[in-house]
Design a protein around this ligand. Structure first.
Ligand SMILES: Cc1cc2nc3c(=O)[nH]c(=O)nc-3n(C[C@H](O)[C@H](O)[C@H](O)COP(=O)(O)OP(=O)(O)OC[C@H]3O[C@@H](n4cnc5c(N)ncnc54)[C@H](O)[C@@H]3O)c2cc1C
Length: 404
């Protein structure tokens, strides 16, 4: 078997194929393992992976498929936990739970109502009014309470992916870095993957390239996916005085309720990580502009940290699909060619579990990935205009966020 891409999806698929299905596996990676989003994300191992609300998912796919997806999200968190333990990966796991801070009174009302509905369903979600947030050391300016979901934990993303790569090699996976696959062809019943340094032939292939996908590899992807930039700034270590002046002491993972959301957490080393999504251009000038906007948003929420300069800033690519759900199945019309991608900016857990599930299908068994991930992604309308449309959509969403 051959796998293209050594991120969470590709490496988990490789491990599962070797350990559970006794397959011979080669992974081809354009950079080094974890070079893509898996080595540079915010480290939130949380539920997610699709960009549809539960209600929209139920309308489109039905209640059973939606419940199956919810089960996948839970399994995905446990998968990450199990990987860390099984392969003895020290990825600095943080405290359980994720807090969503309301950015407006209207958002606070909606989140408080969500807490009530979830309580009726038996989820131990907690609505924390501003005083309760302050007591727990979770004070950010311009917020109106927060919803604490007790699920998920943070980790060091690069340590996690490097640990997976080590485990894969120890299990016998042939892991080839600096090996971008330049084309894919057929020879007899097999697939042939070409690289500048040679070629590999395999009966089954997994494309696990997510936001770094070449839409011609295979052409099926063309117009069905959209890479989006997510960027992170990390401050110098904060002093105890700065932390107490802001009133933020907790290491819990947090995000806000904005349409163009921010995600943030205090790192074990005392630095603060603050991230945001929505960029469409990787030109240096556009990335610098993105940093200015992100930094201004950070300073507004955490005024006591304003003197802590940005020590590190980087960006990476996440992947949307035309269905707003991941795709984890055989590529239509291409027997033996599979893809696992489209985690919508939430792939620490989902890509890990998605990689594990799709391995069974590569091994010739029924595909155990959730039904909603086996639906062929739609081609987006006017693919050539995807980026300008996205840019306009982001601008409009930012404006709406400012209005509450
Ligand atoms: C800044 C940022 C912050 C994020 N924060 C979070 C977070 O906190 N929580 C969360 O759940 N998710 C987060 N994400 C998303 C998460 O990182 C991704 O969903 C996840 O890492 C996807 O894993 P993957 O294995 O599918 O893809 P990737 O890790 O992107 O790996 C794809 C790999 O394919 C390789 N590749 C591409 N083309 C080829 C080719 N032709 N030949 C060989 N190799 C190729 C690339 O080099 C790359 O290494 C974030 C993403 C970014 C960019």
């Amino acid at each position: 078997m051959a796998i293209v891409g050594a991120g969470y999806a590709g490496l988990n698929a490789a491990l599962e194929l070797v350990e559970r299905h006794g397959a011979e596996v080669a992974v081809l990676e354009a950079g080094q393992p974890g070079w893509g989003a898996s080595g540079r994300n915010g480290g939130f191992a949380v539920p997610g992976g699709a960009k549809l609300s539960r209600a929209a998912m139920t309308r489109r796919f039905g209640a059973d498929a939606t419940a199956e997806w919810a089960g996948f999200e839970r399994d995905a968190i446990e998968r990450v936990r199990d990987n860390l333990e099984r392969y003895a990966i020290d990825a600095e796991p943080g405290p359980e739970g994720e807090l969503c801070l309301a950015h407006s009174p209207r958002a606070a009302k909606a989140l408080a109502a969500e807490a009530e509905t979830e309580a009726e369903d038996g989820t131990e979600t907690q609505w924390l009014p501003p005083e309760a947030l302050a007591e727990r050391g979770l004070k950010a300016a311009g917020t109106h309470g927060g919803l604490l979901h007790p699920v998920g934990f943070s980790l060091h993303p690069l340590a996690y992916v490097r640990g997976l790569a080590r485990a894969a090699q120890a299990a016998g996976v042939q892991l080839h870095g600096d090996s971008p696959v330049t084309s894919l062809g057929r020879s007899g019943g097999d697939w042939v993957l070409h690289t500048a340094r040679g070629q590999i032939t395999a009966p089954r292939v997994l494309i696990a390239t997510n936001g770094y996908s070449d839409e011609a590899l295979p052409p099926f992807l063309s117009g069905r996916i959209l890479p989006i930039i997510s960027a992170i700034l990390v401050t110098r270590p904060l002093s105890p005085a700065e932390l107490s002046s802001q009133g933020w002491r907790s290491r819990v993972m947090a995000c806000d309720s904005r349409r163009v959301l921010h995600y943030f957490r205090l790192l074990p080393c005392g630095r603060f990580l603050f991230g945001g999504r929505g960029g469409v251009s990787a030109r240096p000038a556009a990335l610098a502009e993105f940093h200015s906007v992100l930094r201004a948003d950070f300073d507004a929420m955490f005024p006591a940290f304003a003197a802590a300069e940005t020590a590190h800033y980087w960006s990476g690519l996440i992947c949307m699909t035309g269905n707003f759900t991941p795709f984890c199945a055989e590529v239509p019309g291409m027997p033996g060619l599979f893809a696992a991608l489209g985690w919508h900016g939430n792939g620490v857990a989902a890509a890990s579990e998605g990689g594990r599930r799709i391995a069974a299908a590569l091994a010739g068994k029924p595909n155990p990935a959730p039904a909603i991930t086996q639906v062929t992604p739609r081609r987006m309308p006017l693919p050539a205009l995807r980026r300008p449309f996205l840019h306009a959509g982001m601008q409009a969403a930012r404006l709406l966020d400012r209005l509450g």
